[in-house]
Ligand binder design. Structure first.
Ligand code: ATP
Length: 596
């Protein structure tokens, strides 16, 4: 998309954000633009009267009129700039809302795992803030310029026609250099994206509480600081080079316009000396040259700034119109009756990468508890992500009661699933919200929240917090009463995440990916017993490296080489003496050695 084709949508953002303020800004600009010409004309009449009729009453009136014209123009400009600030604030909300909405509405995870897309989102954020007010300012400057050129152009043509050509040539040269600069500026921002990303990464690492222990223990502070400084220096050097170009272009433009204004003065003065022009004509002519140069200069400056912002706004448009990363499915998802079946499912994260799943065939019967086992990297979490339809299989199908989930509305499918992911999120929210968001329809239902917390055995710890369930679970933000929030242990956070997934107590499918890896052995056993009771008769998929946690599962599935290599109950798999039996006896031996 060409730079200025993005101008229409950018103006659309301002217009939708506030029609009154946007329209008002433009209308006031038209008004304010005409006044300097009126003022200059009154000034010319005044000078002519001074050198001609010398009617002092008229002279005073013309002087007052000329000054009043300029004063009113200044007042209108101030009101217009107030309107612009409203447009700026409201269009930033409008654009940010749409941008965040578009990213949040992506149904899958693929785009968010693509660094190029993430860079584009960061550029889009910048474009979303700047483009609408920049385009509005460009329109205002254009209006000012057109009115000024029309109003003063006649005077210039009348006095010395070649002056119009001279002005046009100097202004065209400035326009070309501004446009080139604006393109360079936008390209520069894009090119420096990786450097800014690195700079941000190291800067945030240095103050991130989650990294603080390792940074201190491994003595990484200097390493990260120097990497950040290197990134900052690279970005600064490039920014300085760009500023040099802008300065050179600015100085050249200033010299050219001073020369043109000088020529105008010489032409007018010699004309007056020859008696061809009146003093009033001289003042009008020189005011006209300045009156055209000034708005055109501002317009060109704004053209440069708007060009840079529109370059970034193109990324905004790309992000907000980005195609969904999953084929659209719209079917409702009925309650699970028979079960979920994976039929010859193949999957890899990118087209050229290795296959993670290579033809998985698996039945998860409704009402059954299925345990998933496999070494690190076997694809257990990947399989779970496919069940939630964060990605679609590259080959094969996942059937929900016989219906391919590709045809289902992803949101409807996910509404039927409760899950604790291995890399769950610890939200900087209150304890109640941290659990309640597991079912946003019951976010404020404290009884439900506490029931889920009791199941996950975290209710006593949360009740004992200074503000109970209203305590902020964050060390990064202050509580409502300006006190630091509470910190939980790793295992306690895991229980909070588990409670969150249990908020959907009617979920057709509960997925628990290593839900108890951070819990002590007692707690793990109790938690699994409680979950078994709670989930009796409901479908669940449980992943755990501690095989004892899976003993009670109705069916245990072992993944290896991207396929299901064993399947059966705990006893059946032990009897079979395969991979599961090997892993189980290894763990049992470990416990026996500890006990001995
Ligand atoms: N988002 C991703 N992008 C690219 N590759 C990924 C991604 N997530 C996982 N992988 C790769 O897919 C493979 C399987 O990962 P997965 O997390 O499914 O394994 P897992 O069986 O759950 O392992 P673990 O027991 O360590 O949790 C790994 O080789 C991993 O590198």
């Amino acid at each position: 998309m060409s730079l200025f084709r993005a101008a229409g949508p950018a103006f659309g953002v301002a217009w939708r954000a506030s029609r009154v303020a946007t329209g008002g800004t433009i209308a006031l600009a038209v008004l304010a633009s005409a006044l300097p010409a009126v003022s200059a004309w009154l000034g010319k009449l005044m000078f002519d009267e001074l050198t001609g009729g010398r009617d002092s009453g008229l002279i005073v009136l013309l002087a007052i009129g000329s000054a009043a014209g300029l004063a009113v123009a200044t007042a209108i400009t101030a009101v217009a700039s107030y309107c612009t600030s409203i447009v700026r604030a409201k269009s930033a909300i409008e654009a940010e809302d749409r941008l965040v909405g578009a990213v949040g509405a992506l149904p899958g995870l693929r785009r968010l795992e693509d660094p190029a897309f993430l860079d584009q989102v960061r550029l889009a954020e910048q474009g979303a803030q700047e483009a609408a007010p920049a385009v509005l300012a460009l329109i205002v400057e254009s209006v000012r310029t057109v009115v000024a050129v029309l109003a003063f152009g006649g005077a210039v043509l009348l006095v010395w026609p070649p002056m119009a050509g001279l002005l046009a040539a100097s202004l065209a040269a400035a326009a070309i250099s501004q446009l080139t600069l604006s393109r360079l500026r936008a390209r520069e921002v894009e090119a420096m994206m990786a450097t800014h990303r690195e700079r941000f990464l190291f800067r945030s690492l240095c103050s991130d509480i989650r990294a603080a222990k390792e940074i201190r223990l491994f003595g990484l502070a200097d390493l990260f600081r120097s990497r950040m400084v290197t990134a900052v220096r690279t970005a600064t050097a490039s920014e300085c080079a760009m500023q040099r170009r802008i300065a050179v272009a600015g100085i050249t433009a200033a010299i050219v316009s001073a020369v043109v204004a000088g020529i105008a003065l010489v032409v007018a003065a010699t004309g007056a000396a020859r008696g061809a022009l009146s003093i009033g004509d001289v003042t009008l002519f020189t005011a006209a040259v300045a009156g055209i140069q000034s708005p055109v200069g501002s317009l060109l400056g704004q053209l440069g700034r708007a060009g840079g912002s529109l370059g970034l706004f193109k990324h905004y448009l790309d992000v907000v119109t980005t195609a969904p990363d999953l084929a659209s499915g719209t079917d409702a998802v009925p309650e699970l009756k028979a079960g979920i079946e994976l039929r010859d499912v193949w999957f890899r994260y990118d087209r050229t990468g290795p296959w993670v799943l290579r033809g998985v065939d698996l039945m998860i019967p409704s009402g059954a508890a299925v345990g998933l086992v496999g070494v690190n990297g076997a694809g257990k979490s990947t399989l779970v992500k496919l069940l939630c339809r964060f990605y679609d299989p590259d080959r094969g199908r996942i059937l929900w009661d016989g219906v391919d989930i590709r045809s289902c509305d992803p949101a409807a499918l996910r509404a039927r699933i409760g899950a604790t992911f291995q890399d769950f999120t610890s939200y900087d929210l209150t304890a109640a919200d941290n659990i309640g968001i597991g079912d946003v329809t019951r976010l404020g239902d404290l009884d439900r929240v506490r029931a889920a917390a009791r199941l996950a055995e975290i209710d006593p710890a949360l009740s004992a917090l200074p503000r109970g369930y209203e305590t902020l679970l964050s060390r990064a933000f202050l509580d409502v009463d300006d006190k630091a929030g509470a910190a939980l242990s790793g295992g306690q956070w895991q229980r909070v995440a588990l409670a969150r997934s249990l908020m959907r107590d009617e979920a057709d499918l509960l997925i628990l990916d290593e839900p108890s890896s951070g819990m002590d052995a007692d707690a793990e056993t109790r938690t699994h017993e409680a979950l078994r009771g709670h989930r009796a008769g409901r479908t669940s998929v449980l992943i755990s490296h501690r095989l004892s946690a899976l003993r009670g599962a109705d069916r245990i599935v072992v993944l290896g080489g991207g396929r299901v290599i064993e399947e059966g109950t705990h006893d059946e798999l032990l009897t079979a003496g395969g991979e599961y039996a090997r892993l189980f006896s290894l763990q049992a031996k470990g416990y026996a050695m500890v006990e001995a």
